[in-house]
Write a protein that binds this ligand. Sequence first.
Ligand code: GLN
Length: 241
Amino acid sequence: MRPLHILQLYLEEMNTYGDQGNLLVLSVRARRHGLVPVVHHHGPGGELPDEVDVVLGGGGPDAAQVEVQRDIVRIGDRLRALVDAGVPMLAVCGTYQMFGNGYRTGAGVEVDGIGIFDADTAAPAHGERLIGNVAVETTFAGTVYGFENHSGRTVLGAGQEPFGVVVRGKGNNGRDGLEGARTRNAFGTYLHGPVLPTNPAFADHLLALALARTGETLAAGDVDDALADEVRRGAARRVRR
Ligand code: GLN
């Protein structure tokens, strides 16, 4: 049986709106596609595993980002090397911001980033948060639905590919119609929900990318999307309101 090594970053600190659901869904779907998920939890000060097939990181309040920033900078070289090697990653909200060039909080605190995405984030001192249901058109998983709640406004560098184009919601900054960022197989997005249970095509895309590195393909497997389809119909209704 093929193991799938999932590296989950900072679950204790960064797990807004049940982003842990991404880990659960990726693990369950991996199993249903005939893989054996092996979950490696990484917290501040920890050692990274030798084998990594997929990396996950969730959202978190500013204080949690400040708490983990030294560690994420410490492991930055390894994470960038994994991106270069084509390892798929999902970085949500607070982790997405730290996978960029950095984040200045509304209180003026500078949170370091590791530059996987050419993306700069800053929160206005007294600005409103960008909150609500979101639909994003992507090239790899069709329409992706989720929920955003962030104070940071992210602006992508000129050559930086986005995660997708906003159909409904605010996205990176509420101005340029872009959502998230993508570098090779690393995906950054503001979408909670959590995002993978609502968007199984995206979950399977991450699994397929992980296997493609060794020339393998994702087996059709024993997957039942009835529940996810129902959730997606609800999400589609909510963004139309
Ligand atoms: N603290 C960050 C912000 O408010 C990220 C929030 C989140 O991860 N939900 O922009």
